[in-house]
Ligand binder design. Structure first.
Ligand SMILES: C[S@@+](CC[C@H](N)C(=O)[O-])C[C@H]1O[C@@H](n2cnc3c(N)ncnc32)[C@H](O)[C@@H]1O
Length: 366
């Protein structure tokens, strides 16, 4: 069966990569010379820019971008999902500007180096899962549909959620569910899973959903009790935040002056990381605030923020998924990067890796 994906914040995301004046006053340009330079860069980007779509999905954003790029431009697309990659490969067969990489976007820098690409003009990330992944019960992402407890974006490698739940320690499960699901009843859920698997292994989505529901004591309005636990397990098994952290650091390294970063997040953990990374790279001087440096010696901004865009009421009415979407956009400045790009990404504690959680832990998704 073919499942459809309706792209979220489609026009603003592509505008963010291409339009000279995107974000208006967000840019720190001041005079006509700066405006002319920005226009010239935008023109060159459209004609022969190199772009990355880190989350191809069904290619909604890629297709819109390609429709606005010149014949000499290039687009490298990534996805972990073999079904998305099959669609991307068909597109690449029709459009010689497209190159397909079946891997996580965290590998962007290495993958592009392998293609002989050192600098890019724009990168977009539309995070999380696609509608086809959610709608296909066989992928195990939905607590509403009976299916195998899988949840891997890349079905060709790594443990499934069922594999991981079979032998994770209670502490490890509690940490993952608390940190990535922000679930108040994380400990109770972890204990319920451990009790249940002692009698029969958890194999399906509905078995897990029922088990979680038995442990979550107060329901949030309009939300299934398993929502937070499913989100946590999905983020963990796919290493979603670690992937994002690496991709943000790579973007700082790869973007050419004037190049744009556009990231669509769907929950606060992702959005916080994107927001803090842009803020840190936009104001690197903050880290040196206590040092007795002269104004001219302070580190200059690596990016300027071009703001944040939310879905309009019309878009939300037509596509409920867009309700929680936040697009953040930044533009790379001319300042050379002379620090480790990873220092601009907020430090992240990886749940399941604390000494307590590690006790009894056997497997970590790769
Ligand atoms: C929200 S969808 C993107 C939809 C796409 N923009 C479109 O218009 O069709 C997210 C896609 O990104 C993929 N994905 C999520 N995280 C990824 C990662 N770290 N590396 C590569 N692909 C990832 C998922 O497999 C999924 O296909």
């Amino acid at each position: 069966m073919e499942f459809e994906h309706r792209p979220v914040l489609l026009a603003p995301t592509v505008d963010a990569l291409l339009q000279a004046d995107f974000g208006g006053k967000g840019a720190s340009r001041s005079g006509q010379a700066d405006d002319a330079q920005a226009e010239a860069r935008a023109h060159a980007r459209v004609q022969r820019g190199v772009f990355v779509d880190g989350t191809f999905g069904r290619g909604g954003h890629s297709s819109e971008l390609l429709s606005r790029l010149g014949p000499e431009a290039r687009l490298v697309v990534f996805d972990k999902d073999p079904q998305a990659i099959a669609v991307a490969t068909e597109l690449a067969a029709r459009d010689r500007r497209v190159t397909v990489v079946h891997d996580g976007f965290a590998t962007m820098r290495e993958a592009l180096a392998g293609l002989g690409i050192e600098h890019i003009d724009g990168v977009m990330l539309d995070l999380g899962v696609s509608s086809p992944q959610l709608d296909d019960a066989g992928r195990g992402f939905s607590f509403m549909r009976e299916g195998p407890l899988d949840m891997r974006m890349d079905t060709t490698r790594g443990p499934t959620v069922a594999d991981w739940l079979a032998d994770a320690s209670v502490d490890e499960m509690r940490e993952v569910i608390a940190d990535y699901g922000e679930e108040r009843f994380a400990f109770q859920v972890a204990k319920a899973i451990a009790a249940r698997r002692a009698t029969r292994p958890l194999r399906t989505t509905l078995e897990l959903a029922e088990c979680v529901a038995s442990a979550v004591r107060t329901r949030e309005k309009g939300q299934h009790p398993a929502t937070r636990t499913f989100q946590a397990l999905r983020i963990y098994i796919n290493r979603e935040l670690e992937e994002l952290a690496r991709a943000l650091a790579s973007a700082l390294e790869l973007l050419a002056p004037g190049g744009r970063l556009a990231v669509i997040s769907f929950h606060s953990l992702e959005d916080r990381m994107v927001k803090q990374c842009i803020a840190a790279a936009a104001k690197p001087a903050v880290a040196h605030a206590r040092l007795p440096l002269r104004e001219s010696e302070l580190p200059q901004p690596l990016v300027r923020s071009l703001g944040r865009v939310l879905a309009s009421d019309d878009e939300i009415a037509g596509n409920a998924r867009s309700r929680s979407a936040v697009l953040r956009v930044a533009e790379r400045t001319d300042t050379p990067l002379d620090a480790d790009a990873a220092t601009f990404v907020p430090a992240m504690r990886v749940p399941g890796e604390s000494p307590a959680a590690k006790r009894g832990a056997k497997r970590r998704p790769r």
